[in-house]
Design a protein around this ligand. Structure first.
Ligand SMILES: Nc1ncnc2c1ncn2[C@@H]1O[C@H](COP(=O)(O)OP(=O)(O)OP(=O)(O)O)[C@@H](O)[C@H]1O
Length: 248
């Protein structure tokens, strides 16, 4: 499978604090990669490095074989990002929001693309409403539609279902997965919901204190840690790490 992202020995220090400590992984086209980890594990720091929002202290990030540092503008035109924590301009209408992003990304046939995405995400009827009037579930679907305006090959999602009620979260998950399968998109997804991670991910990375503790398909991780589900595997991996590091 073709590699779309390669992360090698990534280190990020904030002053004296090491938030990422030699992180290595690759992402393949069509792959859905979940990143799980307790608060402060380094998930957001990793995504911020991948987006070029912060500069790593050490290490290498390559998208499509190109170094992020040297080809940031080109790479950013082929990837995108959505998060439940990043707001959209509230005074624009739903449709205007997508048109503005389409213009920023230099998308061709902007209005047709915005229409297709709004219909796909069940927002077409609301296209003329001001964004400020959207519910949190509708807002997240608009964020996803916005992130797909440039037809990205890699999509980074930071806790896209956080704060959504279970029914809306399920709808968002289904939309993401269906779109990912249809387009062969590579996705990196962070969440604290380990059940959704198990359901969605082809492979999971367990991050703790800036290090990868374990990595593999959810079922393989369950087998490796003798766990009945990913949640149990996650806690067993953390316990093992704590025990080894206290003893060591
Ligand atoms: N700008 C910053 N300045 C100083 N320290 C930071 C900064 N950003 C993150 N950190 C620290 O780096 C570590 C990793 O933070 P990060 O936000 O990446 O974790 P996370 O896994 O996303 O956590 P959460 O699940 O709570 O969102 C934490 O100890 C955090 O306090």
């Amino acid at each position: 499978m073709e590699t779309v992202l390669e992360v090698r020995n990534l280190v990020k220090d904030f002053g004296g604090h090491r938030a990422l400590s030699g992180v290595n992984f690759v992402l393949s086209r069509r792959e859905f990669l979940g990143i799980i980890g307790p608060n402060g594990a380094g998930k957001t720091t990793l995504l911020n490095c991948l987006l070029g929002l912060i500069t790593p202290t050490k290490g290498e990030i390559r998208f499509f074989g190109l170094e992020l540092e040297k080809h940031q503008v080109y790479i950013l035109s082929r990837i995108n990002f959505a998060s439940n924590y990043v707001g959209l301009p509230l005074s624009l209408t739903v449709f205007e929001n997508l048109v503005v992003y389409g213009l920023l990304y230099g998308v061709s046939e902007i209005k047709a693309r915005a229409e297709r995405l709004l219909k796909l995400f069940g927002l077409w009827e609301m296209r003329n409403q001001k964004t400020r009037h959207l519910s949190s579930g509708q807002m997240m679907r608009l964020c996803l539609a916005k992130a797909l305006m440039n037809d990205p090959e890699v999509l980074l999602l930071d806790e896209p279902t956080a704060g959504l009620d279970p029914e809306i979260a399920e709808r968002v998950r289904k939309l993401i997965k269906a779109y990912q399968r249809e387009k062969g998109l590579a996705v990196i997804f962070t969440s604290h919901n380990l059940h959704e991670m198990e359901e969605l991910s082809d492979r999971v990375i367990l991050l703790n204190k800036g290090q990868i503790l374990a990595e593999g398909p959810p079922q393989e991780l369950c087998r490796r840690f003798g766990a009945k589900n990913l949640e149990e595997a996650f806690f067993k991996a953390l316990d093992l790490w704590e025990a080894e590091n206290v003893e060591g």
